[in-house]
Design a protein around this ligand. Structure first.
Ligand SMILES: [Zn+2]
Length: 495
């Protein structure tokens, strides 16, 4: 690509052709190749530009410049160019988050850093949301860089980077008031807002590895996304734990919990199932989670994908929580306590476990497809109850979903499952994404029959594991399993 020097202007004048034809072709070629881009050097090696040049040369040599084939080729390549430029300007190509944190229970504060490992791009700045973090310094590959931090975000200036290199962007910070952590006297845990205790992209389509180095009081237990790789002493009272997740998940699924808990555990194959509570006795923990193995077995069968974690932990806290994180869940005491009186009151265990497949392993690519997380999981909870407690339990879940969906209908807000606009309230949004989503799957199940429906669920899960997806991916798997087009029912409910 020697001909492509900054500012990326190339002229290819054909030889041995008649003058008028050569001039007009040259004019078009000059227009095509006058690609002025502020960092065009990094475009030089990209496939579409190489292909484009080759295509034009071929066109001239083969004298089919005006042919339909050539026009199609040019159109396709320019579409690719536009898409690539759009991606280049949207976000960093993040490969890994490396978080170092120390939690301090005396003043309920954190201090630490996030190192974002990313591939070089043509971006000259990076931007991340902020909430409650006080930024102290920013380094790129060990060198201090300029940044601007407000209450809502941080903008970091990026110098021109060596092509195709892996870079380290390290942001140091501390906080005494991040809304991303829930503190009590006995514990602290992360909620659904990871960008309040680590620096990250909130885009669910962006999946990256996660490493967490956590300094915790010796007497406290800790849990985090991934696998515990090492533990070492830091003085007499503090220990350092390093957790790592090699598979890539969306940032909102990463988290941790540290505290004084009652602990029980058992195992299923090579996975340890751990049960933690700040208030329960060992006996209560065993009774509450006695069906966990059965729930895992049901979802492994229906998904065709085994649970591969080394450890899955369920933590009971005093607050009204129902959170699925990668490899652990946080369950509110008020939601799980009824199970001691009535074992069929198991929805929170089942719902959050189902998310380890649908929502975590397979994540919606954008929040417009959030029903793929929640609608599927509400339905799967009902399907488990049908298997465990009988048809009446399934019918009850569907009846509840219908009652909640009715609220959206009454509010004249019965929008498609992929509705991308604003909702009048969180309740109405949930009535659509959770309840209407589950009812749609119940309808689809009746439409295609048991064999095709569960075949489609299995195909969708197996083919999309560790990916971010859109509704069309689900439709495609279902249509293949059903052996027919389902565009009518999807158009009615989903689009
Ligand atoms: Zn959920």
């Amino acid at each position: 690509m020697k001909t492509l020097e900054a500012p990326c202007e190339v002229s290819l004048v054909p030889k041995q052709r008649d003058r008028n034809s050569a001039e007009s072709e040259s004019l078009i070629l000059r227009t095509i190749f006058r690609i002025h881009y502020f960092r065009c050097a990094e475009l030089r090696e990209t496939w579409f530009l190489r292909e484009l040049v080759q295509c034009v040369i071929d066109a001239l040599v083969m004298r089919f410049f005006r042919s339909f084939k050539f026009k199609v080729a040019i159109s396709t390549l320019f579409s690719a160019l536009l898409v690539d430029l759009a991606i280049a300007n949207s976000s960093l190509d993040i490969k890994k988050y490396q978080v170092r944190l120390e939690v301090n229970f005396v003043n309920k504060s954190i201090a630490g850093s996030t190192t974002i490992k990313f591939n070089s791009s043509n971006k000259n700045a990076a931007e991340f949301p902020l909430s409650g973090l006080l930024i102290e310094s920013v380094f790129l590959n060990g060198k201090s860089v300029l940044f601007e931090a407000t209450a809502k975000n941080i903008k970091i200036e990026l110098p021109k980077l060596k092509r195709a290199s892996l870079n380290d962007l390290t942001i140091n910070y501390r906080s005494t008031s991040t809304p991303g952590l829930v503190w009590s006297e006995k514990y602290v845990y992360t909620n659904f807002e990871p960008c309040t205790w680590m620096i990250c992209s909130p885009d669910p389509a962006l999946r990256a590895q996660f490493e967490l180095e956590l300094k915790v009081p010796n007497e406290m237990k800790s849990v985090a996304s991934g696998t515990l790789k090492s533990t070492s002493a830091v003085g007499n009272k503090i220990r350092k734990e390093t957790w790592f997740e090699p598979s890539k998940f969306s940032s909102y699924l990463y988290g941790f919990a540290v505290g004084l808990f009652t602990i029980e555990s058992e195992s299923v194959r090579s996975t340890t199932l751990e049960y933690l509570s700040a208030t329960d006795t060992s006996n209560e923990l065993k009774r509450k989670f006695s069906d966990t193995k059965r729930v895992i077995s049901f979802f492994e069968t229906k998904s065709g994908v085994p649970l591969t974690f080394k450890k899955y932990t369920q933590i009971i806290v005093n607050e009204d929580e129902a959170q699925e994180k990668h490899a652990f869940s946080i369950l509110g005491k008020r939601f799980i306590d009824p199970i001691l009186q009535d074992p069929t009151e198991d929805w929170i265990i089942v719902h959050e476990l189902a998310h380890q497949w649908w929502g975590n392993m397979i994540t919606c690519k954008s929040w417009d497809h959030f029903w793929l997380n929640e609608g599927i999981v509400v339905f799967m909870t009902a399907a488990y109850k049908q298997n465990r407690w009988g048809q009446a339990a399934y019918d009850r879940e569907m009846e509840l979903a219908l009652q909640r969906y009715q609220r959206a209908i009454d509010a004249k807000f019965d929008v498609p499952l992929t509705y991308a606009g604003d909702y009048p309230s969180l309740g109405i949004k949930r009535a659509i994404t959770y309840s209407k989503g589950a009812l749609f799957l119940d309808t689809l199940r009746k439409e295609v029959g048991e064999k095709a429906f569960w075949g489609g669920v299995k195909k969708y899960t197996q083919e999309n594991k560790f990916k971010s997806v859109v509704s069309q991916d689900f439709q495609k798997a279902m249509e293949i399993a059903a052996g027919k087009s389902l565009s009518e029912i999807f158009r009615k409910w989903v689009y």
